[in-house]
Design a protein around this ligand. Sequence first.
Ligand code: CP
Length: 324
Amino acid sequence: QRHLISAADLTRDDAVQILDTAEEMARVADRPIKKLPTLRGRTVVNLFFEDSTRTRISFEAAEKRLSADVINFSAKGSSVSKGESLKDTAQTLEAMGVDAVVIRHGASGAPYRLANSGWIDAAVINAGDGTHQHPTQALLDAFTMRRRLVGRDAGIGQDLAGKRITIVGDVLHSRVARSNVDLLHTLGAEVTLVAPPTLVPVGVETWPCEVSYDLDSALSKTDAVMMLRVQRERMNAAFFPTEREYSRRYGLDGERMARMPEHAIVMHPGPMVRGMEITAEVADSERCTAIEQVANGVSIRMAVLYLLLGGNEPAVTPTRTEEK
Ligand code: CP
């Protein structure tokens, strides 16, 4: 594939190849020098029209670890405020010699448009578009689940067949939930969504997952629970759920977590709103993988960039110690 726009575009073999390549990339992070020459001479632009902490910094770290030249573009402070279109912005950047564009945009479908309009020749990677997709988030989540629930070495070549995953919260506005449902289904997992009725998307019955309104019953048989932030910035203020009522019914606190199976993990894509969907006790517990997910994101993004731009170069050259 030339682009990564949606988790739904990945076959099981594509996804497992990315997860396996990310395991190779993670080995680089364990070395004293965390850099590979793979993308030397290639230029990647990070085109962010929406705020981001994890995704933007993680892509930049991944690009630099692969020795790419990196250009960071933020819509704030750019000529977008003067009315410049996505097409003109993208063509302006490509004129400076760009091989790949990592794009985050508030409009669902913007990365697809960029990849399929013929405006630019560069590879396009979706870093989150509106309420639509966030494929590298789903991949790093799957990577974290495979490591924790199958094993780092045992997981190589494996998918998540039979694993039970519960996704809780504001599914309506969540590109993370959509991407995860698509990818987890492709990888053989069984997904249950738990959300207040007002935050369940229309048409969810066509998604490859179950929907439940009973969090405690779903948690009692889950292997991983993924808590979602309530995205107030995408809601009319009249529809804000009250914090107390929301956290009572859909939040994860220590008491609820204690009723989960012992091996089950707690995930969060970040940013977390402590006290709303997750208590500080749970966020800071050993069962919560939020920080591990961030670290894994760098390996996943290195793998995606390598597979889209790296050609036939070996992903990771073994060090002398590893060869022995
Ligand atoms: N998970 C995630 O996409 O976080 P950021 O919005 O900080 O990039």
